[in-house]
Design a protein around this ligand. Structure first.
Ligand code: HEC
Ligand code: HEC
Ligand code: HEC
Ligand code: HEC
Ligand code: HEC
Ligand code: HEC
Ligand code: HEC
Ligand code: HEC
Ligand code: HEC
Ligand code: HEC
Length: 312
């Protein structure tokens, strides 16, 4: 992603955050009546409240569990962003005065538990669309998952990112096929904690198939870690750049050495090279190209700076 792109995403983020705040203010105006400006509730005026809003301290009197644990939540930062008067709870749950006046009528407060997936997602995205602008187009959104399929605000199980479980277990709950792939003989060490699903995928959506991430140079994600294979080389092996790594490898797991997508290297190569491999140079010693893997001679198979046939 170029820096220009980054900037525009950032700008979208700021706009969305702004719009989110505006929408809140409008809802507030509609429900409370008194507050007409876009000034945030209690902003920089400790002690003041806005019609309809009660402040987080009021919530704490009845919801000790949710309130006591909140000081370590990254969302506790909301208090600095939006107000100095503890409007944290109500940034998400909406104005709570009516709920309190009714002695805790569950219908008088926004509940994430009873809201539909789309409504939940919209709520979260009203602040997070800047970081995750592609969620709506992701396979996860299309399958009806909300942010709370993987995250929990109050009952998160991970120290980072507020997830309901650590990777890869989080993902395996729904992706049993991939669980099987990562227990094959040769595999990226995801279960061992060396590589994460999210190193290669952005589950929040991307412009690639299968939610794949891309590297800065728009290459497939693989060369971010396998930098030696990135090149450029004086002599490129065409399919590495043209078709990408998946022309010869499988990403998750395989029974074949080196995560190759075929058990036999020569069969793999001969998908594209059979006429060449059968030609004279390879028949110098009887059937040489049949009897040993092509890569015993063509060692630098991803490209070479020394030799056009990748021999060294
Ligand atoms: C006077 C006590 C009281 C106060 C103060 C209070 N609540 Fe509640 N709240 C309740 C009760 C009682 C329930 C209903 C619990 C139930 O039905 O299981 C409830 C339920 C909720 C729910 C869950 C709704 C649902 O559908 O399950 C949320 C969210 C909530 N309150 C948020 C807040 C917030 C935010 C504040 C502060 C603005 C707040 N409450 C202040 C008593 C209170
Ligand atoms: C970032 C948004 C956000 C903020 C801020 C927030 N909540 Fe919540 N709240 C949620 C979500 C999402 C749920 C659904 C359960 C979950 O995922 O943790 C929830 C659930 C609840 C419930 C229902 C509990 C249950 O599951 O029965 C209560 C009560 C509640 N919140 C109170 C509070 C209080 C009090 C505060 C302030 C200390 C607060 N919330 C701040 C998003 C938020
Ligand atoms: C399919 C599971 C899943 C869903 C659905 C999901 N997330 Fe995430 N989210 C994750 C994982 C996993 C991470 C940690 C990413 C990492 O390790 O880099 C994460 C990280 C984040 C972060 C931290 C910033 C970052 O990207 O590193 C934010 C903010 C976030 N998610 C918000 C959301 C919001 C908002 C939604 C709904 C629109 C959502 N997520 C939906 C799994 C999910
Ligand atoms: C009112 C704005 C607002 C809303 C609504 C909101 N968030 Fe956040 N969220 C924030 C802020 C602010 C942070 C802290 C960012 C920071 O510290 O850099 C944050 C942080 C996070 C993180 C990152 C935690 C980490 O470890 O990096 C996740 C995940 C997240 N939010 C998920 C959600 C989900 C899921 C929802 C909907 C249930 C939601 N948020 C609703 C403002 C919001
Ligand atoms: C080393 C990078 C990498 C890691 C780590 C990784 N994936 Fe993938 N994944 C890919 C690539 C590349 C594809 C696309 C495969 C293709 O185009 O043939 C893919 C495809 C998928 C698909 C689409 C169906 C399929 O199998 O083609 C799912 C679902 C998936 N991955 C889930 C996961 C889960 C869950 C994890 C972690 C347990 C994970 N991936 C870890 C690179 C990775
Ligand atoms: C609550 C269930 C659930 C969880 C948890 C979940 N997914 Fe998914 N995922 C789905 C569904 C449903 C789809 C869309 C249907 C499909 O392609 O299987 C999907 C689609 C995907 C795809 C795109 C597949 C394609 O063919 O394009 C990838 C990649 C993926 N998930 C990766 C992950 C990763 C990585 C995690 C963990 C961080 C994760 N998922 C967690 C349910 C889940
Ligand atoms: C987050 C870093 C990371 C990314 C991204 C990544 N890999 Fe790897 N890969 C590794 C590590 C670390 C190893 C070697 C450690 C191990 O598994 O023993 C490895 C090993 C391999 C191996 C050798 C496997 C063996 O056991 O012989 C192949 C082939 C491979 N990766 C291909 C790929 C492809 C193709 C992609 C893109 C779909 C990719 N890698 C993306 C980190 C990564
Ligand atoms: C034309 C087929 C082909 C393509 C395309 C290809 N590879 Fe390979 N790769 C191989 C073969 C064959 C081996 C095994 C070499 C051996 O056994 O000596 C290998 C081995 C590897 C290894 C193991 C360590 C090493 O260097 O031998 C890694 C890592 C790897 N490839 C990553 C990648 C990545 C990343 C890409 C995409 C940028 C890629 N490969 C594209 C054929 C290919
Ligand atoms: C997906 C198709 C594909 C696969 C699989 C493939 N190659 Fe290639 N290879 C090509 C193409 C295309 C070229 C460029 C041909 C040209 O420039 O005339 C090439 C070029 C080469 C060259 C250099 C040829 C020259 O004329 O300089 C060698 C050597 C080679 N490949 C060996 C291999 C070996 C060994 C394997 C198996 C590990 C393999 N290739 C797998 C498509 C493939
Ligand atoms: C015993 C070593 C050896 C083995 C095994 C071998 N090659 Fe070669 N290959 C060579 C040599 C030497 C050349 C000629 C290099 C030159 O001309 O500089 C060559 C040339 C090539 C070329 C380029 C041909 C041209 O016309 O320029 C291709 C493509 C090729 N090999 C593919 C393969 C494939 C595919 C296999 C496996 C089926 C294979 N080779 C097995 C040694 C080998």
């Amino acid at each position: 992603m170029g820096s220009g792109m980054r900037h525009s995403l950032l700008c979208i983020g700021i706009v969305c955050l702004f719009l989110g705040i505006r929408a809140d203010a409008q809802a507030r105006a509609a429900s409370g009546g008194a507050q007409q400006s876009a000034v945030l509730p209690g902003a920089n005026t400790p002690g003041s409240t806005t019609a309809g809003y009660a402040g987080s301290e009021a919530c704490a009197t009845c919801h000790a569990d949710e309130s006591n644990s909140f000081s370590t939540n990254p969302h506790a930062n909301l208090v600095h962003l939006h107000a100095t008067n503890g409007m944290t709870c109500e940034s998400c749950h909406g104005p709570g005065q009516a709920h309190i006046d009714s002695g805790g009528d569950a219908k008088k407060i926004f509940s994430f538990k009873t809201a539909s997936a789309t409504v939940v997602t919209d709520k979260c995205l009203s602040c997070h669309a800047g970081v995750h602008p592609n969620y709506e187009r992701s396979p996860h959104a299309k399958a009806g998952l909300s942010c709370l399929s993987c995250h929990s605000v109050h009952y998160a199980k991970t120290p980072q990112y507020l997830l309901t479980a650590e990777q890869p277990q989080l993902c395996y709950q729904c992706h049993a096929d991939q669980k099987a792939q990562f227990s094959m003989l040769v595999h990226h060490k995801v279960n061992e904690g060396l590589v994460k699903c999210s190193d290669c995928h952005d589950v929040h959506g991307s412009f690639q198939p299968a939610n794949l991430r891309v590297t800065a140079d728009q290459n497939v994600i693989c060369t971010r870690c396998h930098t030696d294979i990135r090149g450029p080389f004086v002599y490129e092996h065409a399919p590495v750049k043209a078709e990408g790594c998946m022309a010869c490898h499988t990403p998750h797991g395989s029974q074949n050495a080196r995560l190759l997508n075929m058990p036999n290297i020569n069969v793999l190569c001969n998908q594209c090279h059979s006429p060449v491999a059968a030609a004279t140079v390879h028949s110098m010693s009887a059937g040489s190209s049949e009897l040993q893997p092509c890569t015993t001679c063509h060692t630098f198979i991803h490209g070479s700076n020394m030799n056009a046939a990748f021999l060294r």
